[in-house]
Write a protein that binds this ligand. Structure first.
Ligand SMILES: [Zn+2]
Length: 380
């Protein structure tokens, strides 16, 4: 049933043909099934530490932390979601002395220490923990620090928004968070263009310019006018196919996923487009073309996940296609894909951006009718 789009001896097909009738699955049932697999196949003690909000125990704890607010009554294997969050976090905290902590080249959402402090601050509402998080500005505003989301300043901005949402009524703490964010944004804006990571001008959500623009604008929309030229340039990089190159100058039009390509750009644009009124028409056209490309090439053979898989790609689509894409991420469907040799397994099968926790997030978005956002990126 999963007919490959192209066969090659050296590389398995990247995606399979989107040829089935539109279909959907009960998202609530699938959410429960996904969370049950998460805690039974990847219990806290068995998840390798490391990965921050991206993969690993902290990322799973963050999923449960966020879902516990959305589903206060829900239990998985007779345990409340908040308790699961605490168990994964406790497991991660057990390795505290092994984490190197942030440094200039690694100070984004991937950093376990910063991510744990942020989640802890949001959970306990302890302003001292916010102070601790804000002290890392010494690292993130350092002149040589990375700018992108996974390992750089843009990711730190997400962590600041995460805590900000919990301290809206505490003026001194709120001011500290905003001052810290200002400092980081100024450092990002002072970086030469195009922003580079490891010497390459990436475009996508995880390492590239759309990720940086999105984090700055969601943190402080008043910067949008100063980012208009950067966003205009980014829109101009779109291929005729509707996809975006991974980096500039463009190479082969290959990857259609959140980290590299149209899905990450579209999900980002959807959350910042209202701040760019002059680009409104260009953005709308770009989104439409990008979605057509995802419908054609977005049913990926990598294990469904947020970063480079069907769950993330689904979030870039309109409702009926979103539900259709998610229907390929059920336990049963994944077994069929595996049987057909159409699934390349994840190295981090539990993680929020790399595995089961991300699949669960996408089902929760469908179940609750949430805005189609990426958890840890543009959900706040
Ligand atoms: Zn990826």
């Amino acid at each position: 049933m999963a007919a490959p789009q192209s066969q090659s001896q050296s590389h398995p097909p990247r995606y399979f043909r989107n040829q089935e009738e539109l279909r959907s699955r009960d998202p609530h049932k699938q959410l429960i099934a996904s969370l049950t697999r998460l805690v039974t196949e990847h219990p806290p003690a068995q998840v390798t530490p490391g990965g921050g909000l991206f993969y690993g125990p902290v990322s799973v704890a963050y999923l449960f932390f966020v879902l516990s607010r959305l589903y206060p009554q829900l239990e998985i294997e007779k345990v409340a979601l908040g308790e699961w969050a605490a168990r994964y976090l406790k497991h991660a905290q057990g390795f505290m002395k092994d984490y190197p902590g942030p440094e200039a080249s690694r100070c984004g959402v991937n950093d376990d220490v910063m991510a744990m402090v942020a989640i802890d601050a949001a959970g306990t509402l302890d302003p001292d923990l916010v102070k601790e998080l804000c002290k890392f500005v010494d690292v993130t505003a350092y002149p040589e620090a990375s700018d992108e989301w996974l390992y750089g300043r843009a990711g730190y901005l997400y962590l600041l928004r995460l805590v900000k949402a919990c301290f809206l009524n505490d003026t001194p703490t709120l001011e500290l968070i905003e001052d810290t964010a200002d400092e980081v944004i100024e450092a990002i804006m002072e970086s030469p263009r195009p922003w580079k990571w490891h010497g390459k001008a990436y475009v996508g959500a995880v390492h590239g310019s759309i990720g940086i623009i999105t984090q700055v604008v969601l943190t402080d929309p008043s910067w949008a006018p100063k980012l208009e030229a950067d966003l205009g340039a980014l829109l101009s990089y779109q291929y005729d196919s509707g996809n975006w190159p991974s980096s500039i100058p463009p190479n082969k039009d290959k990857l259609v996923q959140v980290c590299h390509g149209a899905p990450g750009v579209i999900i980002s644009l959807e959350s910042i487009k209202q701040h760019f009124p002059k680009l409104k028409k260009d953005i709308e056209r770009a989104i439409e073309k990008g979605r057509a490309c995802i419908l054609e090439r977005g049913l990926l053979t990598k294990e469904p996940c947020l970063c480079h898989g069907i769950s993330g790609n689904a979030l870039a689509l309109e409702q009926d296609h979103f539900e259709h894409f998610l229907s390929y991420t059920t336990g049963g469907e994944m077994k069929l894909l595996e049987r057909d040799g159409m699934m390349e397994k994840s190295d981090d099968p539990s993680g929020l951006w790399t595995g089961e926790a991300g699949r669960a997030w996408a089902w929760a978005v469908a179940d609750k009718g949430l805005e189609k956002r990426l958890l840890g990126y543009n959900d706040i």
